[in-house]
Design a protein around this ligand. Structure first.
Ligand SMILES: C[S@@+](CC[C@H](N)C(=O)[O-])C[C@H]1O[C@@H](n2cnc3c(N)ncnc32)[C@H](O)[C@@H]1O
Length: 174
């Protein structure tokens, strides 16, 4: 069961705290606006992460922190005979990504759920690939989220993350 308390990471600056409900974990009207602003804005990054993952057509893929749903869209095009699941801790983002991936959700090839990285609603060894873009730095316990992503991945399979520090523009890949 996802616990809605203690959702912010520690050590945010004042400005990051202001931006958090708009872009970090979008909530309310401003969060919807933030989602609109993020939509379509990171296609190059997402394509690069998907390329690094070497997703096969039949793979089952998980994205954590999908925001407006661009990564889900791109991954589901590559995993054309597989399955793409997404978990995000923002109800407005789940709604927006749902609308933007409605056709694939209708056919059952995409599934989006509200939830936290630290408590993924999937069983062990469920996925072939997992990724997260510009989200992990926002998790209150990144280690717990990573451990969850490892748990739901089949043994020996791939996990990738790309982090763009909110305001410093510093990028980390691994
Ligand atoms: C900056 S947005 C990035 C969205 C998208 N990946 C992109 O690059 O456009 C961060 C996303 O991570 C989600 N998020 C924040 N904390 C989370 C958590 N603890 N578990 C799952 N998702 C989380 C937010 O709701 C938001 O949709």
């Amino acid at each position: 069961m996802t616990n809605d308390s203690n959702t912010k990471p520690d050590g945010m600056t004042r400005l990051e705290s202001i931006l958090y409900p708009i872009f970090g974990r979008p909530t309310g009207l401003l969060g919807r606006l933030g989602g609109r602003m993020m939509a379509g804005g990171k296609t190059d990054t997402i394509e690069r992460v998907v390329e690094l993952l070497s997703i096969r057509p039949t793979d089952h893929v998980l994205e954590v922190g999908f925001g407006p749903g661009d990564g889900i869209q791109i991954a589901s095009t590559v995993a054309s005979e597989g399955f793409v699941a997404g978990v995000d801790y923002s109800r407005p983002m789940v709604e927006m990504a749902h609308d933007r991936n409605a056709a694939a959700i209708e056919t059952g090839s995409v599934e989006l759920q509200y939830g936290a990285a630290a408590d993924l609603p999937y069983g062990d060894d469920r996925f072939d690939r997992a990724f997260s873009i510009n989200s992990m730095q926002l998790w209150p316990d990144a280690c717990a989220g990573l451990e969850e992503m490892r748990r739901v991945l089949k043994p020996g399979e791939q996990l990738r993350s790309r982090l763009l520090r909110m305001l410093t523009n510093r990028v980390t890949n691994w």
